[in-house]
Unconditional design. Structure first.
Length: 163
């Protein structure tokens, strides 16, 4: 299923301190403040809608009026359709190479979720390295292999629970 993203200049009463996400079963969407007077809208494109229709200025203005009737839309900056591609590598280590962060698990542009997952992956690797450096745990000769096997086991477990 496709989604769309649109950036625009807008005056509205939404909180700028939080993400404004609505899990509407007919069309989930979210408003995200990112600069003075500028907002991003991410929304699902429904099956009966084409990508070009759902990213047209007319469609977006109708959607904004429906979702934020009191808002003052000053200017649509750009819009684009995308398909969320969530995936992960089958293996996280080959020889001396270890995938970490966004290289290990691509995510869509949903309000920084991809970045946060990448930061978490890097943090987990750093935590394990710090424990070894502080002599809390002995480092085995095959340290990278053990870390990558643990990571693969954890990721595969989360992959199967998400389905």
């Amino acid at each position: 299923m496709d989604s769309a993203v649109a950036d625009f200049e807008l005056e509205c009463g939404l909180s700028q301190d939080i993400s404004n996400i609505v899990l509407d079963p007919l069309r989930p969407y979210g408003f995200f403040y990112f600069a003075p007077g500028r907002w991003r809208l991410i929304y699902r494109i429904n099956k009966e809608e084409s990508r070009s229709e759902a990213t047209s200025p007319e469609f977006i203005h109708r959607l904004l009026k429906e979702k934020l009737p009191d808002a003052e839309v000053k200017r649509l900056l750009w819009a684009s359709a995308f398909r969320l591609g969530q995936g992960q590598s089958d293996h996280y280590r080959k020889g001396r190479w270890l995938l970490a962060g966004d290289a290990a698990h691509a995510m869509g542009p949903s309000a920084g979720a991809g970045m946060m997952v990448g930061v978490l992956g890097a943090w987990r690797l750093a935590w394990r390295l710090a424990r070894w450096l502080c002599r809390i745990i002995p480092i085995p000769i095959n340290f990278l292999k053990i870390i990558s096997e643990n990571k693969e086991r954890e990721r595969m477990k989360s992959k199967t629970t998400m389905r």
